[in-house]
Design a protein around this ligand. Sequence first.
Ligand code: F0G
Length: 458
Amino acid sequence: MDFPAEPFKIKVIEPISITTKEERQKIIEDAHFNIFSVPSDKIYIDLLTDSGTSAMSDYQWSGIMLGDESYAGSKSYFKFEETIRSIFGYKHIIPTHQGRVAENLLFSSVLKPDSIVPNNIHFDTTRGNIEHNNAKAVDLVIDEGLDPHKEHPFKGNIDINKLENLINEVGVARIPLVLITITNNSGGGQPVSMENIRQASDVCKKYGIPLIFDACRFAENCFFIKRREKGYENKSILEIARELFSYGNGCTMSAKKDALVNIGGFLCIEDDELAQRITNLLIMIEGFPTYGGMAGRDLEAVARGLEEVLNENYLNFRISQVKYLGEKLQEGGVPILVPVGGHAVYVNAKEFMPDIPQSQFPGVALTVALYKEGGIRAVEIGSLMFASKDPDTGDVTYPELEMVRLAIPRRVYTVRHMDYVAETLINIYKNRDSIKGLELVYEAPSLRHFTAKLKEIG
Ligand code: F0G
């Protein structure tokens, strides 16, 4: 695949080293076969997440020195606010220390026990925060978005008919907001088109329901719009972002992704009354409105990261690097979700190991194999993360997609690292018959994947 070399050079390095296979066997057993429990210095290539793992630039690091740590009225906050407003366009900008706090503040302020929140596909913490408020999270992605083989330029699109049918079926009063996640992480990092956002916005306006974006990877989504949607070829990423956000009434944002920082987030809201209520809650649980859980230096780094992420050379390299890994894997016969998304390659664990049923967590089994074979850490997005049990009958419903996500941190790994990952995974694929299914030994009542303990079957 033809793509540009890294549009940056390396100024600071962090050494990494690999353990032996024997050491890894013991480490993964001690971690109860849960990759979240493996210490990071025992990982060689860490593709657990693209969240909070970006390498910051010299421009961001120099901004860190300028951080204003005043409790109230920090000048770093005003820079943060001004930068966000210039891209997102919303009236109220509420800083939080990461995305899930923005979700929690919003949901706990607008949801009632019988509320329903549609989304293309909810991410785990988003779903968790909604269910924690006793409301229901509903996924309405287009059918193509659930088919790992279907080529479609915007597989993250929300199904407009399903959305309108749901509103008519349950009534407007039960839907306090509609979410759209850009890009659609749980569906493969797939983008949402501007046309789809416009249509969803029209439906929301018709029924008077606010449309809120889960905007973590907005710049990657805008890059896909520029590359794939007619009429946007000659627009800048900034122009595309401004148009996109103009169709909504606010957003939650984990700055740990497309703001290229290690910690941070924010919530944008148009509605004055709601913003006031949320700000009051913010002061109680997170921090004063001009820092909201972040240091002044973090606010500065977010502002500068948001400027940098709109750079097309950066985005072109970023999206191409992820695609490069995907294509290498495909050449080696590894089944992956296509087309490759923005921030990660999603390996199809169901097809990788068709003999391991979802009840034996094939996705987790593959993360274990990746660690044992090459010291690589990936994350399961499948039955451990998303299976649900009926409280009355005990029946388990398994998610349609059983994936292992190889999330690529931004500006961190080189192309040779991608080759290593591809070679390791192709090797595992050739010997896939030796992979064992797993059973649970411990599970927490919610978000169980983070702390689950498992053991190998047989
Ligand atoms: N929404 C989406 C779509 C996300 O991917 C995440 C985080 C969040 C919200 C929550 O943000 O971590 O700052 O609280 N996703 C990370 C991941 C953890 O690995 O995909 P946060």
